[in-house]
Ligand binder design. Sequence first.
Ligand code: ZN
Length: 315
Amino acid sequence: MNTVFNRLTAFAIVAVSFLHTAAAQDPIAQTPRNRVLIIGIDGTRRDALQRAQTPNLDALIQRGQLWENTQILGPRETQNDTVSGPGWTSFLTGVWADKHGIQDNGFKGNNIKNYPHLFARVRAQYTDAQLGSFVDWKPIDKYIVSEADKRVCHESHGAEAYTANDQRLTDEATEYIRSSDPHAVMVYLGAVDETGHAHGFHPSVPHYIRAIETVDGHVGSLIKAMKSRRRYEEENWLVLLSTDHGGQGTGHGGGRNIPEIRQTWLIVSGDAVINKDKQQPTYLVDLSVTALTHLGVKIDPQWGLDGKPVGIKSN
Ligand SMILES: [Zn+2]
């Protein structure tokens, strides 16, 4: 009797541990099926984007959609300035400043622990996901990024340094996309904004337009790397691009009521794009929620995310 009981117990333990192992090795539970490439181009006005020659962005828009009604401030009253700190935090966390707490570039009183970078949301669901972050504005890396497996930051000061580091980051990110197995990649490029501060944010400013055209070349390199992946056709990449604010004169602070600063653009591109309704209202916080949705992350209402998926189906 005892022997039979022991045998049954032993069988039950083996069966249970087998089930656990099977669940742990389920590739769908461990890694996202889909992939995302996010490119953030600081301080890019939508009318300047239209003026510049951007064949790579145009090709992405053809395989998706460009929205030009993207608001960098939400419908809810917030106190934040129209600068990079709150802008990139909203972009990367999917919530407005009254939740993430970043009002300006000082990053004081931040609540990013409770409203983390989208990579942290991916990691919570997919422990094996490969996540890469490439930036040349240091506060993003210092205060916002978490859970990145590959993390590159080149601190930059002045338009020349940003121009050089945008190229360097692009080279490093293309190498990473080609030679690793990333599920989400975020590349931040800062030279357009610095050029705006130095020469003016306006479609009539040649330096500013040239900076956008240079970034378009970087976008082309990143897309080429993505498409060169051996399993590219099966990976269902979604490409997302946007900015954190526009500009006027040589600045963009205090721009809450200035359309050239507060209304920007958003590109969502890939086979998953099914909704091309240009009238749909879009917001800065939609970007990371769209990325999470494409990756198959189940959005918990308790996270309090303010964004929604744009252009693609909700989960
Ligand atoms: Zn900025």
